[in-house]
Design a protein around this ligand. Structure first.
Ligand SMILES: Cc1cc2nc3c(=O)[nH]c(=O)nc-3n(C[C@H](O)[C@H](O)[C@H](O)COP(=O)(O)OP(=O)(O)OC[C@H]3O[C@@H](n4cnc5c(N)ncnc54)[C@H](O)[C@@H]3O)c2cc1C
Length: 462
């Protein structure tokens, strides 16, 4: 509502505006490969708030359920006698195809189309290297991004103008179960009001401690705004302005700049997916395209249920399934563990995250998985394999996060919390955590798995 390029443009250009939300039935049903329950629930709750906020401006929100959004939008434009359709661009392959089809069908029907840049600060070909090619490395991209921002300051569009009268009735927002989803609890505040409160709260203090605190999963050290940025309930411009504002204040740790860099990573991955759409399903680095991945159903099951025997991995996976969100450090640890330690194809993990994350975003998810697998652009090198024991000790030193999600480890001493299998049998009994009975033994030996992973990646032709 407060910073939406397409909505503001439509209100500026037309006497009356009608909002449309398309429930794309190829994306919304609760089946594998589509939107997961936490994300659907988050979106539908946010949509309810949007519907009310639009009504206050006499803008009805129409909701269309269809497998052909482009045709349905054009049909609705004609039915309403609309001059044109205004929309915000997206950069994922599926969305780009939809935007292209919409543009073609609208032009055929004599309906004007206006595509707006909204979800990113710089898009498509706006940021290229000195030799006019696409950036593959983050640091120079970030430098160019910051320089371009200094020359092109951002601002919010503001609320759209009020329609003189309500042109048609608003539709009801479907409940999750009407789309086949079971009940899940939104663990984040939803809607634009939820996002605004979260950004205000984060900007008040945590943003200035972000550089240090963001790495500890037991601490609320990051903004948790990803689901909002993805759904559009907060804009990237609002976040960038908050980062610049905080950075201009006393920010000795450089925390606001670190947070801004994360927002730039988001844009970097969008830019990569836009220019290399095939990398949604294929290794970015060509030499890894031929990597063979054995099917390992037992290992995938252990990982996805949080039963690998490595506490930091298991706690992370159980937190994901229970809340629909996972801390960034834990995403890196669990992703690398699946690919390197368990020798499972990164696309299996990418798909699993898609089904569970409330902030699922194809560009960031593929980017994060390919980074972890070492197959992506500017990715972790193949010989870097995170040690889940050391990661646990470093980022959850007292086991607070692990105990929160693995109650069976609640009595395990701090010394053993990230390696409970090393407890002698008497201590296991005393702690109420007998390995193999109360908590699984490690599914693989990390030391051996690491060497095997390095050999697999190293031996490929360059
Ligand atoms: C394997 C893996 C999968 C991921 N899948 C997703 C996904 O589906 N959706 C998603 O939004 N992010 C994804 N990320 C990136 C990152 O983990 C989340 O954006 C972050 O944890 C969200 O928490 P936050 O909002 O508190 O982030 P903050 O730390 O507060 O960062 C602010 C914002 O910057 C962006 N951001 C932060 N880190 C990254 C990053 N590494 N890459 C891209 N953007 C980033 C997000 O929009 C985030 O909301 C993934 C990372 C990995 C390693």
């Amino acid at each position: 509502m407060h910073d939406n390029t397409a909505l503001a443009a439509a209100a500026r250009l037309a006497d009356a505006v009608v909002g449309v939300f398309v429930v794309d039935t190829r994306w919304f049903p609760a089946t594998t490969g589509c939107m997961g329950p936490f994300q659907a629930s988050f979106w539908l709750a946010s949509l309810t708030e949007l519907r009310q906020a639009l009504l206050a401006l006499n803008i009805p929100l129409r909701i269309v359920t269809t497998a052909d959004p482009a045709a349905a939008l054009v049909a609705m434009a004609r039915q309403l006698g609309a001059d044109g359709i205004t929309f915000n661009k997206e950069y994922e392959p599926r969305q780009l195809a939809l935007d292209r089809r919409l543009t073609r069908l609208a032009q055929d029907a004599g309906v004007k189309v206006r595509a707006c840049k909204d979800g990113v600060i710089f898009e498509e070909f706006e940021l290229l290297t000195g030799s006019e090619s696409v950036y593959h490395v983050f640091s120079p991209y970030k430098r160019a991004w910051l320089a371009a921002l200094a020359d092109n300051p951002v601002q919010s569009t503001g609320l759209p103008r009020k329609n003189a009268a309500l042109r048609c009735a608003a539709d009801a927002v479907p409940a999750p179960h009407a789309l086949g989803y079971g009940d899940v609890k939104n663990t984040l505040p939803t809607g634009e009001s939820g996002a605004a409160a979260m950004l205000a709260n984060f900007s008040a203090r945590p943003i200035l401690e972000y550089a240090v605190q963001r790495n500890f999963p037991a601490v609320d050290g990051s903004s948790r705004l990803s689901a909002h940025l993805n759904a559009g309930t907060i804009s990237i411009r609002q976040c960038v302005m908050a980062a610049l504002h905080a950075g201009a204040a006393d920010d000795r740790s450089g925390s606001a700049a670190t947070w801004l860099a994360e927002l730039i990573w988001r844009e970097f991955y969008r830019m990569i997916l836009f220019h290399y759409p095939h990398t949604a399903a294929e290794a970015f680095q060509r030499r890894y395209v031929t990597l063979a991945w054995p099917a390992r159903p037992d290992r995938v099951t252990a990982w996805s249920r949080g039963e690998t025997g490595y506490p930091i991995v298991d706690a992370a996976m159980r937190s994901l399934i229970a809340t629909g969100w996972m801390h960034n450090r834990l995403r890196m640890i669990t992703a690398m563990f699946l690919v390197k330690d368990l020798d499972v194809d990164w696309r299996v993990g990418e798909n699993f995250f898609r089904q569970w994350l409330c902030d699922y975003d194809q560009a960031s998810n593929v980017g994060g998985w390919q980074w972890s697998a070492g197959t992506g652009t500017d990715a972790a090198p193949y010989f870097r394999v995170m040690n889940p024991i050391l990661q646990g000790r470093r980022f959850d030193p007292h086991g607070i996060f692990v105990r929160r999600w693995l109650p069976e480890l609640s009595q395990v001493p701090v010394k053993n919390i990230h390696q409970p299998w090393l407890m002698p049998p008497s201590l296991q009994k005393q702690a109420g955590c007998v390995i193999g009975r109360d908590y699984p033994a490690p599914v693989v030996d990390h030391g051996q798995a690491r060497l095997a992973a390095i050999a697999r990646f190293k031996n490929l032709p360059r």
